[in-house]
Write a protein that binds this ligand. Structure first.
Ligand code: G3P
Ligand code: MG
Length: 250
């Protein structure tokens, strides 16, 4: 199938840097600014329940210490993921993945779900995220509504392979900081529809090669409007931004 992004600009971690990342407050800030597509990160808690979380440890965005995997999901959901950003966000919880994704679906917000396994949990995390996504969007998958079905991405090829085993019908993207010489083999190996790269390392020639291979191309994380325009000129299909105040949706 030829796969395309439903939107060109995604709010990174829900609300970019205008609200605490990977929280409902961030998502609502993105929506308030007109974003109808987001990228966010998903990790498993100790009990195998998926939460919306970037770091595998507490301390940066979530008050506390230790690893995410030291806590059950409901324990994490009772923690403060907002006060690091500002007093107005005191007590903002770590979202449960199913609740966060369900809210996005109900409000027509398209999702790039980044599978972010804690070290050593690649397969479990890839499988869990894919299983939930496939279940939540079963009707849309059956109807081939690819404009609403989420895209699963990951730096972990093991996680993407596990996602493919569990739910081959949910589209996948391989995340790479920069394209290695064997990028196409690796993308084909996980049967990804898209290549996600750090825009800082991408060249116009590489962008052209990805497009000529018939793959979708996405850049993270683009925070300058002039750079976004340049990348779109190279054939980049979509990008995510932290500066949802400078680079608008659409
Ligand atoms: O999915 C794009 C981007 O979010 C990947 O890097 O570390 O911000 O999750 P990171
Ligand atoms: Mg991410």
């Amino acid at each position: 199938m030829s796969w395309t992004y439903p939107e060109r600009v995604l709010a990174h971690r829900g609300g970019g840097t205008l609200a605490p990342e990977n929280t409902m407050a961030g998502l609502l800030e993105g929506m308030r600014r007109g974003f109808r597509a987001i990228e966010y990160d998903i990790m498993l808690a100790r009990d195998g329940v998926a939460v919306v979380m970037h770091d595998p440890y507490l301390g940066r965005t979530v008050a506390g210490s230790g690893n995410v995997f030291d806590y059950d999901a409901l324990e994490l959901a009772a923690m403060d993921a907002g006060s690091w950003f500002g007093r107005a966000f005191d007590g903002e919880p770590v979202p449960l993945f199913v609740e966060y994704a369900g809210f996005c679906k109900a409000h027509g917000v398209w999702m790039n779900m980044e599978i972010k396994p804690a070290p050593g949990y690649n397969i479990e995390t890839g499988g869990a995220v894919a299983r939930i996504a496939a279940g939540m969007f079963a009707d849309e998958i059956a109807a081939e509504r690819w404009d609403v079905v989420p895209l699963l991405s990951s730096f972990s090829e093991l996680a993407l392979e596990a996602a493919r085993e569990v739910a081959p019908e949910v589209p996948r993207a391989l995340l790479m900081s920069e394209l290695p010489p064997d990028w196409e083999r690796r993308v084909r190996a996980v049967e990804a529809v898209a290549v996600h790269v750090n825009h800082r390392h991408l060249t116009a020639e590489q962008a052209q090669a990805v497009k000529e291979a018939g793959l979708a191309l996405f850049c993270y994380t683009v925070n300058e409007p002039a750079r976004a325009k340049e990348l779109f000129g190279w054939g980049v299909d979509a990008l995510c931004t932290d500066r949802i105040d400078l680079i608008g949706p659409g």
